[in-house]
Design a binder for this molecule. Sequence first.
Ligand code: SF4
Length: 408
Amino acid sequence: MMATMLGNEVHGDTSTRAGLYVHVPFCSSICPYCDFSVTLAGEPRRAQWERSLLDEAAMYAGHGLEFDTVYFGGGTPSALKIDRLARVVNGLTQRLQIHSDARFFIEVNPEDVKPESTRAWRSLGFSSVSVGVQALDDPALEFLGRRHTADQARRSVTDLLGAGFDNVSLDLIFGLPGQTRSGWSGQLREAARLGAHHLSCYQLTIHRGTIFGKRKEAGLMGEMGEWPQAELYRLIHEVLGTAGFEGYEVSNFALPGHRSAHNMKYWTGVPYLGLGPGAHSFDGAAKRWWNRRKVRLWQRDIERGCCPVEGEETLTERQRALETLMLGLRTADGVDLASLEKRFLVDVIRSNAVTISDLEAEGLISRRGDLIAPTPAGMAVADALVRAILIEEVEPEPVPVIVPDVRG
Ligand code: SF4
């Protein structure tokens, strides 16, 4: 894709500051379930990534918004040497408009949490940290191919809390073959007891092309059935709800005041810019684009002075309405159908009156006026909720033609 993609701009009014995502594609080992854009490459390739990433940032200099969240995800950002991470943070700040109060987020793996790295992350301005704990149970960690133990994970959380991060989030995976209700609820209770402010709980998905995918194709591995998965999901709301967490998005649970300010942008139509291989961007209006996934191709484009964009799409009004509905039905804040109709010239309320009443009667959504929001049971089937609700385009009212009266 050539440099014409630089026509992509991030829009928005000044009250809507954008989010910046930086994809760090390096990991110390590849987990058998992972289908992200990652590589085991060592320092020479990391140095090339650093140069390319800053060159990519420079392509967007002067293109739009001020960012008030900056999220380093991956891959494993904590696998970067501190001096490299510092150069990237400073380089981004020089090339892009990053607000002085911007919140910086970093994803870390438990085995990288050491007193010196923790201090360095804090001094670079990271205040929120997301720890790839995945399980607080050694056999589960072994099954997932992780390099840390449950004890290491516990210690990393305690150390990060002690270092003064004001939002410590844990990633956990559920739905492992043979996982029991009591085992899973025990892990959730422990995660809350450790003092985490935020938990992201993801269902194990087996993707084609991954090691797990190949094992599944060879009949060596199965996935947990839909109903046991749903039961484990229900437990998350039950256990974390009791511990004071709000399930504010299908996979995300936070103590009051600890929702992820960066991820909320993805769910509420705020613009975001993604840098690095495979990163996605949204202009805050109708246009989305995404980078080449393969690190080498992404880098080659940048070295040739081209924008490393692999594809883009411009959503129609109806698609934007559908997307707003879909994202809204994944969050506890829900979606206001009246403003959806007004904004995108669609009909939802009248044509779905029966469906909405049925979904409410089944306990899958709650309704306040024209605002509908999924209940925990509804969040478990968020995709089905979206499929159930139809969006009809409305013909705009003809504009009356006023013929001037020229008599007398
Ligand atoms: S550490 Fe995370 S990003 Fe890296 S391979 Fe494992 S799951 Fe994928």
